[in-house]
Design a protein. Structure first.
Ligand code: ADP
Length: 269
């Protein structure tokens, strides 16, 4: 199985939605990502697996610019995203907010904890960013939000407050809220891990629909291997801040090369 994480299909600038080029992330003297090279094609669905602490969430947080790289460059749509050319001998400097903001808007993230605004109705939660970040009018933002609440099966809950909803329903609102910004990259960080087991399926069903009905590039950290097998094109197994192995989902799950991957899959199976 090839360990080169570069998808083979297409050439040219738009061929890569995301590229991590030699990305290192340290917290103090703890190296979390160690010269990571990783490329994701537009529309590709990639699942990141690996033991706790192997750096998966850090990858998503770097993409959301919630963290900054220590070394290396992240490219989005072929352009440096974490760093920008300084114009002085091609050196790269951290991107400033003016460059980051418009591009970060095209990235949606759903977290393990739903992080909804508790004092706002479901509808207001989904309208918030389109209204205040994109500047949409109230009617347009409400129409967009209602469409998405329909998609996640919550059209009858628009006036409810998040605290009155089940965890599964709250997470479906969080998915609608992320989609309301019309992202072309969706980051999913263990979105079912905080849910009671009986609520997991409804959230995964919504994500299956999103995957089937859109061409959004998806990067997903999950322990739900059935979902990963079905939805993702590729699985990357992380170990200590590096890609230990990667391959088409079924191949990696059915015939992992490394004992460490086998042991990990047994541990979550
Ligand atoms: P995973 O998602 O694979 O469980 P993470 O990316 O969450 O791994 O974390 C990798 C390592 O980085 C962990 O050891 C974690 O404690 C550490 N880490 C993550 N964020 C911070 C931070 N803000 N400060 C210090 N250490 C951190």
């Amino acid at each position: 199985m090839p360990t080169d994480p570069t998808p083979g299909a297409v050439a040219g600038k738009a061929a890569e939605k995301v590229r991590f080029a030699g990305v290192t992330k340290r917290f103090g003297d703890h190296t979390v990502l160690d010269g990571l090279d990783l490329a994701v094609a537009p529309g590709e669905r990639v699942t990141l697996i690996g033991p706790s602490g192997s750096g998966k969430t850090t990858i998503l947080r770097l993409l959301m610019t919630l963290e900054r790289v220590t070394d290396g460059v992240i490219h989005l749509d072929g352009e440096p995203f974490s760093h920008m050319p300084s114009g002085r001998g091609g050196a790269l400097v951290p991107a400033d907010e003016r460059h980051l903001a418009p591009r970060r808007r095209r990235i949606g993230m759903v977290f393990q904890q739903f992080n909804l605004f508790p004092h706002m109705s479901v509808l207001a939660n989904v309208m918030e960013a389109p209204r205040h970040v994109l500047g949409l009018g109230a009617d347009e933002a409400a129409a967009r939000a209602r469409d998405l609440l329909g998609l996640v099966g919550l059209d009858d809950k628009e006036d409810a407050h998040p605290t009155r909803l089940s965890g599964g329903q709250q997470q479906r609102v969080a998915i609608a809220r992320a989609l309301a910004m019309r992202p072309d990259l969706l980051l999913l960080d263990e979105v079912t891990s905080a849910l009671d087991p009986e609520l997991v399926a409804e959230v995964l069903d919504v994500l299956r629909d999103v995957a089937a009905g859109t061409d959004i590039t998806m990067l997903c950290v999950t322990h739900e291997m059935g979902f990963a097998r079905e939805v993702s094109d590729r699985i990357l197994m992380f170990d200590r801040g590096r890609v230990l192995e990667s391959g088409p989902s079924a191949d990696l799950l059915d015939a992992p090369e490394h004992e460490r991957t086998r042991a990990f899959l047994r541990s979550i199976g």
